[in-house]
Design a protein around this ligand. Structure first.
Ligand SMILES: Cc1cc2nc3c(=O)[nH]c(=O)nc-3n(C[C@H](O)[C@H](O)[C@H](O)COP(=O)(O)OP(=O)(O)OC[C@H]3O[C@@H](n4cnc5c(N)ncnc54)[C@H](O)[C@@H]3O)c2cc1C
Length: 387
């Protein structure tokens, strides 16, 4: 049970975001510079340990508290949440599916940010169809009872791969297995075992945080780094962790949608045309009303999904709905904010154009919105047949 005062933590965080992040984000973001000092401050706040259980040195926050943190950070600068999101997904993978030894070894190091995690699922030729991954892990015996795995392949679009130092890597341990997922496994691979990061990828938005290509060129990994100690479970483990990932993305969507709303509400009262503030033109007022409804509806869906996650319930339907609605809300609100701001919305000296560049990622990452719709529909059918 978390002993931390969530409201006090959020207040401290909000003060820091207002004083240190918002005034600097435009310059840092356009330079696409890694926000090292901000990341260090996030470490001091304990954010790298946010959802890791207290017995392993974490803060033990429930998802319902974590999403409030993600929303607040995303209102200021969405990229900062990228630094902790997949890190905490790696921790969640280890907590849920790891052996006792893996939990004892990795979780305290992840909580202390001595290990900084990333999730390596996507490859150059596959993202949605994860069962098509080509990276392989081949077991080689070192003694009659012990062995190692040799990892070979390339991962693409891996956030935190350059600045972080530990990846959860989805591989094929049996490339010929049918069904395909039964031949898949996840490994926890610290960087010092030898994977390389040849390049950071250029992006429309979500700048500052590193997203990279990663190469495994016969990287030798001890067999006790196989998550859960048994081959063939990797696909289900990855899908399980994506529930938390989707809730996180949804919370980012609420943050971006709300930032766009707040900026627009302020501007619409300051900017005058035809002798009155533009908020008094009905065309603008209607936009603001729709933007506010999208924010509130998304926030409620996120809280519902986080609540289900905290109760240990299967929540792919709830997480999928929250992710779909909140990410589309971010995109629509960012577009409307640009219209309301007129030319200033298009200016690189203002925040609004960044929302417009950041929001589309939310419709792609952690399962595209097309796939969310398919998942939601499948769940609707299966739940209706179960009742
Ligand atoms: C900035 C950024 C950061 C990222 N960070 C990470 C990370 O840290 N780790 C990681 O593993 N990945 C990461 N990704 C990758 C991301 O998860 C994938 O881009 C995403 O899963 C989609 O895969 P794809 O790009 O290969 O698209 P594809 O799978 O090729 O899909 C292309 C299009 O086809 C549609 N489509 C595909 N299959 C179906 C279907 N069955 N039915 C209907 N429509 C379908 C998709 O919705 C999409 O519109 C990141 C991506 C970006 C842009």
């Amino acid at each position: 049970m978390a002993t931390i005062d969530e409201d006090a933590m959020l207040e401290t965080l909000e003060r820091w975001l207002a004083s240190d992040v918002v005034p600097n984000v435009i310059e840092l973001e356009h330079a696409d510079r890694y926000p090292r000092e901000m990341v260090e401050q996030m470490r001091e706040f304990g954010l790298f340990a946010a959802t890791i259980p207290e017995e392993y040195g974490g803060l033990g926050l429930p998802a319902s508290a974590y999403v409030r943190i993600v929303e607040a950070i995303s209102r200021a600068w969405m990229s900062l949440t990228g630094v902790i999101n997949t890190h905490l997904m790696v921790a969640e993978l280890v907590r849920r599916y790891g052996t006792d030894d893996q939990r004892a070894h990795f979780l305290p190091r992840l909580a202390a940010a001595e290990l900084r995690g990333g999730l390596a699922l996507t490859e150059p030729d596959c993202g949605t169809d994860l069962q098509a991954v080509r990276t392989t892990a081949t077991r080689a015996a070192t003694t009659a009872t012990d062995g190692v795995y040799v990892l070979r392949g390339t991962k693409m679009w891996i956030t935190n791969a350059h600045e972080g130092n530990c990846l959860a890597v989805l591989v094929k341990t049996d490339a010929d297995a049918e069904p395909r997922h039964s031949g898949m496994s996840l490994f926890i691979v610290p960087k010092d075992l030898g994977y390389t990061v040849p390049r950071k990828l250029g992006k429309l938005g979500y700048k500052g945080v590193d997203t990279c290509e990663v190469v495994f060129d016969d990287v030798v990994v001890p067999e006790d780094h196989l998550l859960g100690g048994v081959e063939g479970r990797g696909f289900h483990q990855a899908v399980g962790a994506l529930e938390l990932g989707r809730i996180n993305i949804a919370a980012r969507g609420v943050g971006v949608a709300d930032a766009a709303l707040r900026a627009s509400l302020r501007y619409a009262q300051e900017r005058h045309t035809m002798g009155r503030p533009i908020v008094e033109h009905q065309a603008i007022a209607l936009k603001l009303a729709d933007m506010a409804c999208r924010v509130e509806a998304s926030r409620l869906l996120v809280q519902r999904a986080a609540g289900a996650f905290d109760r240990g319930e299967r929540c792919d339907l709830e997480a999928g709905m929250a992710k779909l609605v909140a990410s589309e809300a971010a995109l629509e609100n960012a577009t409307e904010a640009m219209r309301i701001h007129g030319a200033y919305g298009y200016s690189t000296e203002d925040h609004v154009e960044r929302y417009y560049r950041d929001a589309p990622l939310l419709c792609i990452g952690e399962g595209t919105n097309e796939i969310q719709r398919i998942t939601i529909a499948k769940q609707l059918v299966s739940r209706s047949n179960a009742t």
